[in-house]
Design a protein around this ligand. Structure first.
Ligand SMILES: Nc1ncnc2c1ncn2[C@@H]1O[C@H](COP(=O)(O)OP(=O)(O)OP(=O)(O)O)[C@@H](O)[C@H]1O
Ligand SMILES: [Mg+2]
Length: 261
């Protein structure tokens, strides 16, 4: 079983969105996937996966012995090998130890192929608790300076964990701005942070519009997540090209429309 923490440092850059959609894309490859919400108190992974009404027990109920792990797992979408373990929905809280959480995650090693851990923002106890459960990390960043600075800090902190792999996801990339040299190239971000690029995800309205359900298959985001899942599971390094859409004659028209010119 592979245990991957999705982290960022900076808040709001897309960790929960990435955890949910990467979970869906890995499950689509045929693997058994569990996504765990480690963002105690500010949990929303169940909402992004559209299963909040099915949640009866949460991770704290499991850790404190009020239910068995199987009772707390919520199946996402019929016929899919994707489950979510929701987090404590009432108290928030911190008295869950990293060690207990790690034991809980490890107890699932025969049940799932991949466990994705949705980490809270910041670099305090919640972050360390999540990282302690993982054997590799995906650091999500958006292509702007504040987010990159925090991602850099996180990458450095992660070095002390001796994880098998730390790689980068550039989220909310805009091809039109990259072509106009108004946004960093994902490849330059990779060089700045001295960290391998696992994937590039476009900024797209579909991500917001389809929150709580599956992204439309033909959307750029669904394609980008498919490539990311293939990279994560099969050690590949293909990158979704966000500028393609804005190249050539029709591309320049699209770029002008986007700019409102
Ligand atoms: N590629 C994208 N295109 C458009 N919107 C996006 C994209 N990625 C994320 N978002 C939007 O950004 C917002 C924040 O995303 P999300 O909640 O996943 O961030 P987060 O890092 O988990 O935040 P927090 O640090 O608070 O846990 C959401 O409204 C989400 O729909
Ligand atoms: Mg989140």
């Amino acid at each position: 079983m592979k245990k991957i923490v999705i982290t960022s440092g900076k808040g709001g850059v897309g960790k929960t969105t990435v955890t949910a959609n990467l979970g869906i894309a890995i499950a689509d490859l045929g693997y058994r996937v569990l996504v765990i919400d480690i963002d105690f108190g500010l949990n929303n992974l169940d909402v992004v996966l559209g299963v909040e009404n099915k949640v009866v027990y949460d991770i704290k109920d499991v850790l404190e012995g009020r239910c068995r792990i199987k009772q707390a797992l919520v199946k996402c979408f019929e016929k899919r090998n994707l489950y979510v373990l929701p987090s404590d929905k009432i108290n928030g809280n911190s008295n869950v130890s990293g060690q207990n959480l790690k034991l809980l995650v490890d107890s699932l090693c025969n049940v799932f192929d991949y466990v994705l851990l949705d980490c809270p923002a910041g670099i305090d106890i919640g972050f360390h608790r999540a990282v302690a459960c993982a054997d590799s990390a995906l650091v999500v960043t958006t292509p702007n300076i504040p987010s990159l600075r925090d991602a850099d800090k996180v990458v450095n902190i992660l070095k002390s964990y001796k994880l098998d792999k730390v790689s980068l996801i550039v989220n909310r990339a805009r091809g039109d701005l990259i072509i106009d040299e108004k946004m960093f190239l994902p490849q330059d971000i990779q060089l700045m942070l001295k960290t391998e690029l696992a994937g590039v995800l476009p900024e797209e309205d579909a991500v917001f519009l389809y929150s709580g359900s599956k992204l439309p298959k033909k959307s750029d985001s669904a394609q980008a997540y498919k490539i990311l899942a293939d990279n994560v599971c099969n050690n590949k390094s293909k990158i979704f090209n966000v500028t393609n859409k804005y190249s050539g004659f029709f591309g320049s028209i699209r770029k002008c429309i986007k700019k409102g010119v």
